[in-house]
Design a protein around this ligand. Structure first.
Ligand SMILES: NC(=O)c1ccc[n+]([C@@H]2O[C@H](COP(=O)([O-])OP(=O)(O)OC[C@H]3O[C@@H](n4cnc5c(N)ncnc54)[C@H](OP(=O)(O)O)[C@@H]3O)[C@@H](O)[C@H]2O)c1
Ligand SMILES: [Zn+2]
Length: 378
């Protein structure tokens, strides 16, 4: 079953609360972080919040920057991401701002909830998923019926807890705010109960005014993500290619293979191959393929390291080259660390444009092996 890339986003107090119990929404983040959230919103196809958040906060969930909206339109996307909410009860306020701002809206609910919601005349599509609300069905529906490839989930805790617990979250973007709520009746980010997968993988930390952004990747095995034996085969080859790179103190050693849907290898490459001291693996491989090759549209790029999102040595980063080549699937073993380009998010750039990015963490050690000499690599 195909699912969108699911990014959980939240701000919490030092003691792990999402809000206090007062009538007003507690402001946890800082102005610069609200702008970062605006940027993330602009990168996604859809934003989801639970009915509880609509009732508590009455949020609008817009992309506020006119420049970011204009860039979406210029790229052929809707001005605003699709707004999605979930409710079991169907008890929603039809006057809430959620329904009356931004672009299209959809409510996912149960059969019972749909009966009630349809009577409210909500300015939204109402989709009944059955007697209960099943997250896998919801995500598949968003992917297949609404074309959502990248989904941002903005709470509340009930929603975040279910998605993390069911292994359906691909990334957690958490902002830690320097204040204490201290009220056990306040809502928490993650509720009590069992979580699988142990420690999450820390991808990035960044100070933003007085808050800290942390990006994590859950390590619980995702359900329903399609990884084949062929994917593992080609990833091993990409890692072997990485070992062929001439050593460098200032760049990663990476291997990449481009493979057609029928399993035919179209090209391979590695960092600094041939006489080019700065060429990247994906770039080297793609350069060997005729850009008009019709097999590119259904091909997969296997790269031992996540494709770069920014680079100084060339006008276009590899994520852009992959998009320009029309490739829609990327498999990688290792998310780019902050060694050379802090905050690079090649996967975000790709998934934001609808490319399916699959990470195979079991090959991370092999991908890192030719890079062990680099500074700050754990
Ligand atoms: N700090 C932050 O970043 C942040 C972000 C968002 C929210 N918040 C805070 O979080 C609080 C709200 O969180 P919350 O946990 O109460 O609400 P929530 O997670 O936004 O929504 C919960 C509601 O969603 C529906 N729902 C969730 N899972 C469902 C399922 N499996 N089947 C059917 N319906 C389901 C139910 O709606 P029905 O009740 O209609 O059945 C449920 O009551 C507020 O205080 C808000 O300020 C903070
Ligand atoms: Zn690159």
């Amino acid at each position: 079953m195909p699912y969108p890339y699911v990014l959980l986003s939240a701000a919490v107090s030092l003691d792990g609360y999402l809000d206090d119990t007062g009538p007003e929404r507690l402001l946890l983040s800082s102005p610069a972080d609200f702008d970062r959230v605006d940027e993330v919103r602009a990168s996604v196809d859809a934003i989801l919040v639970g009915a509880g958040t609509i009732r508590a906060d009455n949020p609008r969930l817009l992309v506020n920057s006119p420049e970011r909206r204009a860039a979406r339109v210029a790229a052929g996307r809707p001005e605003y991401p699709l707004k999605v909410t979930v409710s079991g009860s169907g008890e929603l306020d039809p006057d809430a701002k959620f329904w009356h701002t931004g672009g299209e809206k959809v409510l996912y609910t149960t059969e019972k909830g749909a009966e009630r919601a349809r009577g409210l005349g909500l300015a939204a599509d109402v989709v009944a998923l059955g007697p209960d609300l099943d997250w896998a069905t919801l995500l598949t529906h968003l992917y297949e019926e609404r074309g959502v490839r990248r989904l941002m989930v903005e709470g509340g805790g009930t929603i975040h807890t279910q998605l993390l617990r069911q292994g359906l979250a691909d990334e957690l973007q958490l902002v830690l705010a320097p204040l204490l709520v201290g009220d056990p009746a306040a809502p928490r980010l993650f509720g009590p109960g069992g979580y699988q997968g142990g420690r999450l993988r820390l991808l990035q930390t960044r100070r933003i005014e007085d808050v800290v952004l942390m990006r994590y990747e859950p390590t619980a095995p995702g359900t329903g993500r399609s990884v084949t034996a062929a994917d593992r085969h080609w990833m091993r080859i990409a890692c072997d290619l990485a070992a062929l790179c001439p050593p460098s103190e200032t760049a990663f050693s990476v291997g990449a293979v481009v493979v057609a849907a029928d399993g035919t290898e179209l090209a391979r490459g590695h960092s600094r191959e041939g006489d080019d001291p700065v060429v990247h693996a994906e770039e080297a491989a793609l350069a060997k393929i005729d850009p008009a090759d019709p097999r590119l549209a259904a091909a997969t790029v296997y790269s031992s390291l996540e494709p770069c999102a920014r680079r100084a040595s060339r006008p276009a980063p590899c994520a852009r080259l992959i998009l320009d080549a029309g490739v829609r699937r990327v498999v990688t073993a290792w998310r780019e660390p902050d060694t050379f380009v802090p905050g690079a998010d090649g996967s975000g750039l790709l998934t934001g444009q609808g490319v399916d990015v699959v990470v195979l963490p079991e090959y991370e050690d092999r991908a890192k092996a030719p890079n062990r000499h680099l500074p700050a690599l754990e």
